[in-house]
Design a protein around this ligand. Structure first.
Ligand code: AMP
Ligand code: MG
Length: 345
């Protein structure tokens, strides 16, 4: 029941995003589905094969979740490594896909001063973030500071060792360390979808939204830019503006309104500060990143939320990405390069 509530909430947001790319053309197929625990909305512009392409996009997302990223499905590599025996933890061969993703995560962990930390799984589990439904006034049992402090001892990317060898990536995990790829999974899916679409001669354009991350691909029949709305974190039903994009780009937003609970009048959201193990309080309500890479846009939206506007802008620029922050005061702060994309409303 809880899950249904959450998914319905997100659906409104995603519908809103895609509502801006109205498509009068007969050559577009638009469909909505649930995958990766979130809402997927896709519009495929093609002369033929739209249905097959739309199905394949969903399959790519589902396969990534089921084979690689899920912490809950036994079939997934992340689930399996989180359940390794002590012996297996000493050194274990990974799939190339997960090895490469972990390598990128470790790099961003370093460049973000630890703001993106994929080893927060024990704390994420303790907060029960996966089951939050965005309900208000529930008797939510807030974890104690002592409990969180104890779990944080199991966290930190310095407790994992990744090596690239001739036979692939090997991983060593200290006892108690667990991985959560929730901050980057949607972006990884967008990168795989873009690679797939690039190989489809009949697909002229597409926009695919996986939760808070959107891929724009190719062009619309009328050659106008794609428009991706940026949701107003206060109302969550309106928008503060939109970004206009041409060609293949990814837009990820992390916001405190996306997943949260309230207890005793306090709102707890789903982006944790690895230093405290508590919802990050960096003075921002949402961060939107534009990048040519889905992985980078998703990873940075989470990291920049933790870092706040000033450090976040610098981090985004160091990756050739653009960032837009909505602060707690309702101000909009953005990188210089974001101005070419953003229109306020
Ligand atoms: P996103 O919505 O992309 O910002 O990702 C948020 C999700 O990533 C959460 O639901 C957690 O599963 C996980 N997460 C929360 N805080 C962090 C963090 N600081 N670093 C890495 N993953 C996190
Ligand atoms: Mg993210």
């Amino acid at each position: 029941m809880k899950r249904i509530f959450r998914i319905t909430g997100i659906l409104t947001a995603v519908f809103f995003i895609c509502g801006c790319s109205r498509q009068p053309e007969q050559s577009v197929l638009t469909q909505t589905a649930v995958a990766m625990g979130t809402v997927v909305q896709e519009s495929i512009y093609a002369k033929e094969g739209k249905e097959a392409a739309a199905e394949e996009v969903l399959e790519i997302i589902n396969a990534l979740e089921q084979d690689t990223l899920s912490r809950r499905l036994e079939s997934a590599e992340v689930y399996q490594l989180n359940h390794w025996s002590s012996e297996e933890r000493e050194q274990h061969l990974l799939s190339k896909k997960l090895g490469k993703a972990l390598q990128q995560c470790l790099e961003i962990w370093q460049t973000s001063e630890g703001a993106l930390d994929i080893t927060l799984a024990p704390v994420i589990q303790c907060w029960d973030i996966d089951d939050w439904a965005g309900e208000e006034g529930t008797a939510y049992p807030v974890p104690s500071k002592e409990e969180i402090a104890k779990l944080l001892l199991q966290c930190g990317c310095d407790k994992i060792k990744l090596e690239e060898t001739e036979s692939g990536y090997t991983l060593s995990l200290q006892e108690g360390v667990m991985i959560d790829m929730g901050a980057v999974g949607k972006g990884m899916a967008l990168d795989e979808i873009r690679t797939y679409l690039e190989g489809q001669d009949t697909v002229e354009g597409a926009v695919v939204s996986v939760g808070g991350s959107v891929l724009t691909f190719g062009k619309k029949p009328d050659n106008t830019p794609w428009r991706v709305a940026i949701i107003d974190p206060v109302t969550t039903t309106g928008q503060i503006g939109y970004v206009s994009l041409t060609g293949n780009l990814c837009v990820s937003t992390s916001g405190d309104y996306e997943r949260y609970v309230e207890a005793d009048g306090v709102r707890y959201h789903h982006i944790l500060d690895p230093k405290t193990g508590e919802p990050a309080r960096s003075g921002v309500r949402s961060v939107t990143i534009v990048s040519s890479s889905g992985f980078v846009s998703d990873a940075l939206s989470t990291a920049c939320f933790v870092l706040g506007a000033q450090k976040g802008c610098a981090l985004a620029e160091s990756y050739g990405a653009e960032a837009l922050f909505v602060t707690e005061e309702g101000e909009i702060v953005m990188t210089e390069g974001m101005k070419q994309y953003f229109t306020a409303e």
